[in-house]
Unconditional design. Structure first.
Length: 243
């Protein structure tokens, strides 16, 4: 199945980009090898909205679930090849699975090997490499973007999330999708002033607002009812030292 958007990497940057592209109505597939750097975080303490911090793996799971609720599809695997086609791009995973899409968002820190195959600019800096993109994540190959740490953004979850959202919005703009605000407003906020609703904005009445608020509380209670049974992973070099 050909998609509008293929996101390579299921960390916070890729998931944030996917939340925006999927909510804009773009068919979005996230291919992830399950190696988000957040899995190595013992406790996430500098992300706004969590006064005492939050389990990093729980936060990652919540973000992935939000992307799925927004409409993202998911596939497990590591993309190793990327090729240009007349109708976009074709990505091949280590397993041999193949995915095609109009546009690609690379969010797979720290792997840029597949980007070199289509001559995306890469910045080599010692043992690390970054995609050479503009401030909105656009690469020099039309239709290719990079988000988060792979785009040489600071190594913090809040920065990766914000940059992923910024890249997602840039992609939406480039796709000419009828999308801009993505805002849920109180009933009458625009219409009672004789203003047409901006693209991707909805107004909801008090009953609907209370219903959504109740659902959000219930969903959050379910997430935090019990500790997540998942331990942080160590850096591969630590595992190597123990062998």
């Amino acid at each position: 199945m050909h998609r509008d958007v293929l996101i390579v990497g299921g960390g916070v940057a890729g998931l944030s980009a996917g939340i925006f592209t999927a909510r804009a109505g773009l068919n979005t597939l996230v291919v992830s090898d399950g190696e988000s750097i957040l899995e190595r975080n013992a406790h996430l303490e500098n992300y706004p909205g969590f006064p005492a911090g939050i389990d990093a793996r729980l936060y990652l799971r919540m973000t992935r679930d939000q992307a799925e609720r927004a409409g993202c599809e998911f596939a497990e695997g590591r993309v190793t090849e990327l090729a240009e086609r007349e109708d976009g791009f074709a990505a091949t995973a280590e397993s041999g699975d193949r995915y095609t899409a109009d546009r690609v968002v690379a969010a797979s820190w720290s792997d840029v090997s597949y980007l070199r195959e289509i001559d995306v600019g890469v910045i080599d800096r010692g043992s690390k490499a970054f995609a050479d993109v503009d401030e909105y994540g656009r690469a020099d190959v039309d239709g290719v973007y990079a988000a988060g740490r792979l785009a040489d953004e600071p190594h913090q979850a809040i920065v990766a999330a914000g940059h992923g959202a910024k890249v997602g919005l840039a992609l939406v703009q480039d796709s000419e999708s009828n999308f801009y605000h993505d805002w849920v407003a109180p009933e009458g906020y625009f219409t009672e002033r004789g203003i047409d609703l901006p693209p991707a904005t909805e107004e909801i009445d008090e009953a609907e607002r209370r219903g959504r608020e109740a659902e959000s509380r219930e969903v959050l209670r379910e997430y935090i009812a019990e500790p997540l049974d998942a331990e942080p992973t160590m850096h591969p070099s630590v595992d190597d030292d123990e062998d």
